[in-house]
Ligand binder design. Structure first.
Ligand code: SAJ
Length: 401
């Protein structure tokens, strides 16, 4: 039996996937609302294909509970928040989960940490807890790699990494993950698994930072960055990413800080990239001001931000560039802009519209922060508006970064 602990963005799809692939699965979450919602067949977030997978997993007998179970394998995918000031990962939830597991598990159980952690956390924070409990359980780290928006496809098709202390543990876990994962499953040690995960997200952060820096360079010299990137990408070994209003999400904007914090003086490009990406919301604000001047708009009451989530077609707002931009405005004591996002149904910002029509009625100048399918489909509704398209996702005339 597999006990998946933490039924959020990673734990839930993983538990469902295991359940439809011939495993007996119990999903545990300490949040009563999450468990009740799942027991009543209500999903707690949206993701392509999740409804259907959920129904199949329920048919296959998946259970949801607040209890920790006696199981062969525990998969821990609880949140790892990070402290915005110290940039250090908070392993409190993992530690609490491991403590609870150790109370119920057998000596021959496996505890797999999937949550993203900074390199060294298993040895520094988790292993001592296990040693103290005196149970000979096997530890492993199997960091997830799935991308919101294509999570289920990627769970099945991505390669994945399993870090373990010995070959036997790795092979046993490979069998379990292999029940649904068709990609290559690479076995390594725990420290290498921890490091490779953080390195992957850092690689992407640096590459996005390069595109963002190019956007600033091109803007300063009146060049079209998209044209430059389009041409450069014809080179067989060049693949520049897209500039945008900043980097959000709980991973890419967070993980590189672990390296900066742990390797001061060595992690230089990584730090520079973080700073560039973090500066983008401010850069968007400057563009808004420039365009307002150009178009003779002198107050922000009819300027609106389209999109609050951290990227297109997901409902996750963690570290989103729009929220970062609102923070910048607050710092300058500016009153917040009106926001709207079709994926965000609850009020999360001070001035928020709840339909595209309501949003457009109240705005003359629309800043596209997120390229949701909705705005691409209804882009003709913007034809009488001034538009700053920070994602270059719309056809037709608009201002860009
Ligand atoms: N972004 C750009 N320009 C781009 C690509 C992305 O500005 O060309 C922005 C996005 O809009 C978003 C942020 O970067 O704000 C991050 O988005 P993303 O789609 O690049 O990645 P995430 O955060 O959704 O998921 C990443 C993935 N990691 C890598 O691609 C290396 C995913 O595979 C990981 O599982 C995930 O982090 C995680 O959980 O670690």
């Amino acid at each position: 039996m597999i006990n998946v602990i933490g039924l959020g963005y990673i734990g839930l799809p993983t538990a469902l996937m295991l359940a439809v692939s011939g495993n007996t699965v119990v999903g545990t979450d300490k949040n009563e609302n999450v468990v009740n919602s799942l027991k009543n067949n209500r999903l707690t977030f949206q993701e392509k294909g999740l409804n259907e997978l959920f129904s199949r997993a329920v048919e296959n007998g998946i259970q949801f509970t607040e209890e920790y179970m006696e199981a062969d394998v525990y998969i821990i995918s609880v949140p790892t928040p990070y402290d915005k000031v110290s940039k250090k990962v908070d392993t409190g939830y993992i530690e609490a989960a491991v403590h609870s597991v150790l109370k119920v598990c057998r000596e021959d159980s496996f505890i797999v940490v999937e949550s993203t952690i900074s390199p060294g956390v298993i040895d520094k924070n988790i292993r001592p807890i296990v040693n103290e409990a005196g149970k000979a359980v096997k530890l492993a780290h199997a960091p997830e790699r799935i991308i919101p928006g294509a999570m289920l496809y990627e769970l099945e098709h991505n390669s994945r990494t399993i870090g373990a202390d010995d070959r036997e543990t790795g092979e046993k876990l490979k069998e379990i993950y292999g029940s649904f994962c068709k990609g290559e499953i690479v076995l390594t040690d725990i420290r290498s698994a921890e490091m490779s995960k953080v390195v992957e997200n850092t690689f992407r952060d640096i590459n996005i930072a390069f595109a963002n820096e190019l956007a600033k360079i091109c803007r300063s010299d009146d060049l079209d960055v998209y044209e430059i990137i389009r041409i450069a990408n014809k080179h067989p070994r060049v693949n520049i990413l897209s500039p945008g209003p900043g980097v959000g999400g709980h991973c890419i904007s967070v993980d590189p800080w672990f390296l900066v914090g742990d390797y001061p003086g060595l992690a230089n490009i990584i730090l520079a990239a973080r700073k560039i990406n973090d500066s983008m919301p401010e850069f968007v604000l400057e563009r808004i001001r420039e365009i307002m001047e150009l178009r003779g708009i002198n107050d922000t009451s009819r300027v609106g931000l389209y999109g609050i989530t951290y990227k297109e077609n997901v409902d996750d707002v963690r570290e989103s560039p729009t929220l970062q931009l609102l923070e910048c405005m607050k710092k300058h004591l500016a009153s917040p802009l009106l926001c709207y996002d079709p994926m965000v149904k609850e009020r999360i910002v001070e001035r928020q519209a709840f339909s595209l029509d309501e949003f457009l009625e109240k705005t003359d100048f629309v800043v596209i922060m997120v390229g949701h399918n909705e705005i691409i489909e209804y882009s003709d509704k913007l034809k009488d508006r001034i538009v700053l398209d920070t994602r270059r996702c719309l056809p037709g005339d608009a201002y860009h970064l």
